[in-house]
Ligand binder design. Structure first.
Ligand SMILES: [Zn+2]
Length: 233
């Protein structure tokens, strides 16, 4: 993906790096005692946001400043950030391509519709080389010079056991990867996955929506899940 970004940048084209995870890192833990920073009510991991300097629960909205010391063992400067969020992808892109014009499209970095429109306009006018985006930028826009889409951690939506996880992931990634190579320019999309054989990844690779929906409906039917289970009730 870095090679593809490099070649696209050298050609004067635009790239989109897509990661459907807000913030800097999805987990903060203490390297001294192993304590994981969690929300007080839900035990879900607190997501580190570097722009605001806070740890945020994406389920309840609870947030707190990132503490200087571990609240469990008291060790100073022992809290480390684990995993990527969109802010971390931006940081890495800036390190790899210090000369490139890089922008972030995320609900945490755009405060209103006007800012979002301005960023879209800058992208359309070729003033951005690499756009790092969450779900917010996945659909509805046509960037003629965007010839590369890189999906970071494409498996993200497949975890969690939600009935519609595969369906939603397929929709989202089909929209995101569909940004590359519009109009008369050929483009390509790269997906980072640990599960290349998964029906979602195979359908995206084949650009075959019907194959995916057929397979997904069959899976649900075999498991007695909606919509087929609803028909039997
Ligand atoms: Zn600790």
């Amino acid at each position: 993906m870095v090679d593809a970004l490099s070649a696209t940048y050298a050609a004067g084209d635009q790239s989109l790096l897509f990661l459907n995870r807000r913030g800097y890192a999805p987990l903060v833990l203490c390297k001294a005692c192993g304590e994981r920073m969690t929300a007080p009510d839900t035990d879900s991991w607190l997501v580190e946001h570097r722009y605001s300097g806070r740890l945020v629960c994406h389920l309840t909205g609870f947030s707190m400043p990132k503490p200087a010391a571990c609240p469990h063992c008291g060790a100073i400067d022992s809290l480390v950030s684990i995993g990527p969020g969109v802010e971390r992808v931006e940081e890495e892109a800036r390190t790899l391509f210090p000369e490139a014009r890089i922008a972030v499209f995320s609900s945490d970095t755009l405060w209103d519709a006007r800012e979002a429109r301005n960023l879209i306009a800058a992208m359309e006018q070729g003033q951005i080389d690499i756009l790092v985006a969450t779900q917010a930028a996945a659909k509805g826009h046509n960037f003629p010079n965007l010839t590369l889409v890189g999906v970071v951690d494409a498996d993200l939506g497949l975890r969690g056991g939600d009935l519609r996880a595969a369906e939603r992931t397929y929709q989202l990634l089909a929209q995101a990867t569909g940004r590359a190579g519009r109009k008369d320019r050929p483009g390509r999309a790269l997906l980072q996955t640990y599960a290349p054989e998964h029906p979602v990844m195979q359908a995206l690779l084949a650009q075959d929506r019907d194959a995916f929906t057929t397979a997904e409906l069959h899976e649900r039917d075999m498991a007695g899940l909606p919509p087929s289970a609803a028909w039997r009730l």
